[in-house]
Design a protein around this ligand. Sequence first.
Ligand SMILES: Cc1ncc(COP(=O)(O)O)c(C=O)c1O
Length: 416
Amino acid sequence: MDAAEFRRRGKEMVDYVADYLENIEKRQVYPDVEPGYLRSLIPEEAPLEAESYEDVVKDIERVIMPGVTHWHSPYFYAYFPTAHSFPAMLADMLCGAIGCIGFSWAASPACTELETVMLDWLGKMLKLPEDFLAGTEGSGGGVIQGTASEATLIALLAARSKIVKLIQTDHPDRSETDIISKLVAYSSDQAHSSVERAGLIGGVRMKKIPTDSKFSVRGAALQKVLEEDRAAGLIPFFFCATLGTTPSCAFDCITELGPICNAEKIWMHIDAAYAGSAFICPEFRPLLNGIEFADSFNFNPHKWLLVNFDCSAMWVKKRSDIIGAFKIEPLYLKHDHQESGNQSHWQIPLGRRFRSLKMWFVFRMYGLKGLQAYIRKVTAFNPSFFSPFHLHYMFWTCTSEDSVLVGKYRAYRPYF
Ligand SMILES: Cc1ncc(COP(=O)(O)O)c(C=O)c1O
């Protein structure tokens, strides 16, 4: 395919996508196929000789679409919504075209720098404390992770590394293995399974703190477990609070939990994977009060802020805590301006896509007012939004209510 054909095919593909989304309600939302359906529809091996573009495109409707669950259908009521918008799709196309692997500032300066600035923009929309912003001189800042699960894992691993160093400063004779064997991390008994998984991957004990009648972890419950565990010779080092738990949309009481974590030198990470987008509206921002006590915070713009998957925004108060935990710089990656803020030291893979382009397009083309209007439009279908339970209810049913109340779902969908 040369550039001339790409122009032609690209326009056809944009038409296909626009038709798909404009008519998505005509498709059966859940596919009518059995496991293994696809193998019988395509050859056992990759073709030896090149096929034509027409052949490939023909198979989208024959092979792919029959097995697609249409997440953006107005009849999709499962799981939770996943975000998308036309500006984000166009930005993703540009990301593919630039095709950089942004593992250092020099590998693509715009990739590193736009991400830093976009996380500052978004942090300001959420009214995060200054400590979380990179600015030009700040010691905090944000990074785009693939998912909330990755963010929790990174936070836990950084906290593990920090506590080991702290203990070894006073007790240089204590081995890392000995310290890690005593570490204990905590989360709500309502927390997402990814938190427990972070503990498994991080090789540390993970305990669930019982919640109150509103499924919220309270300070007293954490304090009690901490006292028991310290008495048993364990070392508490990490607490993952959730704002908007998966099963019940409960909010842990971070105004009580934060001061305890700070006093006990426990890293507090906040997982607000799906509820977090709402905090850009001043009327929902109080749900984030207590963020000032956290060491790290994460939510997924790809769930509710019009940015396509994958885009999970994570902030830390001290970049050095994360960089200190993961930084290894072999000779072949060394370059001038090495300290210019590249985020590959904040994540597990080395390579990174230019994901901040999606944020840049969406933030500019909607503006904060447009994004707030979008959140409000969704929440408007539920007058009791301020109840966390209703937030959950609203979130899981907005599409159906939309089509019922508005009659025509297009009135609500972001790209109309
Ligand atoms: C509260 C919470 N945390 C974490 C996750 C996992 O999100 P991800 O797929 O981004 O890892 C979810 C998913 O729904 C969630 O609701």
